[in-house]
Design a protein around this ligand. Structure first.
Ligand SMILES: [Zn+2]
Ligand SMILES: [Zn+2]
Ligand SMILES: [Zn+2]
Length: 64
C-alpha cells in the first residue's frame, strides 16, 4: 500500500500512522489502539474496552 504522508488523522491534526481495520479511518499514533486479543489496528472510535479497572482494548469481534 502506498502511504500518503500528507493525510491527517481523522480525529486530530497529527500525521497519520495507521488505518483502522474496522472503519478504515486513518489515525495518528495517539488515536491508534491494538486489540488485545487479535492485534488488529483500531481507531479510538472503534475500540471497545472490557473491564472497568484494567480496560483491556478489544475489537468488536473479540469483544463479542
Ligand atoms: Zn489523532
Ligand atoms: Zn475505526
Ligand atoms: Zn480483536
Amino acid at each position: 500500500m502506498i502511504w500518503d504522508e500528507t493525510r491527517k488523522c481523522t480525529l486530530c491534526e497529527n500525521p497519520t500512522r495507521a488505518v483502522c481495520e474496522d472503519c478504515g479511518a486513518v489515525v495518528c499514533h495517539e488515536h491508534t489502539r491494538l486489540c488485545n486479543n487479535c492485534g488488529k489496528h483500531l481507531c479510538t472510535e472503534c475500540v471497545t474496552t472490557k473491564g472497568v479497572i484494567n480496560k483491556t482494548p478489544l475489537c468488536r469481534n473479540c469483544h463479542g
